[in-house]
Design a protein. Structure first.
Length: 111
């Protein structure tokens, strides 16, 4: 039985977020939380928050214990891109792309 949590339109690029989620795939939830709390990447706090949300969903909605849950999958999809302009020399403008991500974390009981 799968349990999941989704965070949409997170203001961070998907490439940066995927570097964080690749490390926690297949790990136990407790181990993944420890890894994320001590990881030196700024995006790890956002992923940790979504993982805690998925864990709360498992405990409150389905009555599952955190001891036997593991991270089955951690998906990062690209959200909408906010387009902004930045003034440049000689009256020109550069296009700045503010990328967003959708984070999906899926937990499953071991065994």
């Amino acid at each position: 039985m799968e349990v999941k949590a989704i965070a949409k339109y997170v203001r961070s690029s998907p490439v940066k977020m995927r570097k964080v989620t690749q490390i926690i795939k297949g790990k136990r939830v407790e181990e993944a939380l420890n890894i994320l709390s001590f990881m030196p990447k700024a995006r790890s706090g956002i992923v940790e928050k979504v993982l805690k949300s998925a864990l709360a969903n498992a405990e409150n909605n389905l009555g599952l214990s955190a001891a036997n849950l593991y991270v089955k999958n951690a998906l990062i999809d690209q959200g909408s891109t906010l387009k902004r302009t930045k003034p440049r020399a000689r009256g020109r403008a550069d296009l700045m792309r503010r990328r967003t991500s959708h984070i999906t974390i899926i937990l499953e009981p071991k065994g």
